[in-house]
Design a protein around this ligand. Sequence first.
Ligand SMILES: CC(C)(COP(=O)(O)OP(=O)(O)OC[C@H]1O[C@@H](n2cnc3c(N)ncnc32)[C@H](O)[C@@H]1OP(=O)(O)O)[C@@H](O)C(=O)NCCC(=O)NCCS
Length: 183
Amino acid sequence: MTAGLFYLTTGRLLLRRFTPQDRDDLMGVFGDAEVMRFGDGVKSAAWVTGWLRDRLDDYARRGYGPYAVLRLDNLAFIGYCGLFYFPNVNGQAEVEVGYRLVRAAWGVGFAAEAALAVRDAAFSSLELRRLIAMIDPDNSASIRVAEKIGMRYEQEFMAEGYDHPDHIYSVHRPDEMEASAAS
Ligand SMILES: CC(C)(COP(=O)(O)OP(=O)(O)OC[C@H]1O[C@@H](n2cnc3c(N)ncnc32)[C@H](O)[C@@H]1OP(=O)(O)O)[C@@H](O)C(=O)NCCC(=O)NCCS
């Protein structure tokens, strides 16, 4: 893996920052009911334009955000994976690893491969100490991806507008775990 804030590469994937031109490709994610089954429903093109604007803002304000995920072999867009800042999750600020892929790209390990690269960059280049994922307890594929990047179930979280709690999974930077074990 090549670490960097603007892009990451893995064996099969290129993760790069979004640009406003990615809106149509993103509709393959946010406009697909199956992909959004565990989210709050399909989104319009106007909503995606706003989402992209917020992500460009994330890059400028925080120095990180989600990446567009492309296959290295043909540069096809397959979804997103990356970091999202949440100011208040059960009373504390958190950084989430979020991921959604177009259906055609499911089932061959792309999400775990991308999320692993994001986790490693977050702990090394960005020096974040802890990452979470907020996952619907019925979303087995997503839970499996979280587990594959070292996350473990921690607690419930009731997100605004949801009718049942998500499960929070978390992983700590290795030296953080050693520090808390020693104290
Ligand atoms: C979650 C998602 C990103 C996973 O993408 P993916 O590239 O298929 O994931 P991977 O191939 O890296 O790994 C998926 C793992 O879950 C397992 N899995 C897939 N579907 C599953 C299911 N229905 N039940 C149980 N396990 C499942 C796979 O077997 C694999 O585990 P394994 O490697 O131990 O066999 C993809 O399904 C997706 O985009 N879903 C819709 C959006 C979403 O729910 N995002 C997460 C929101 S929290």
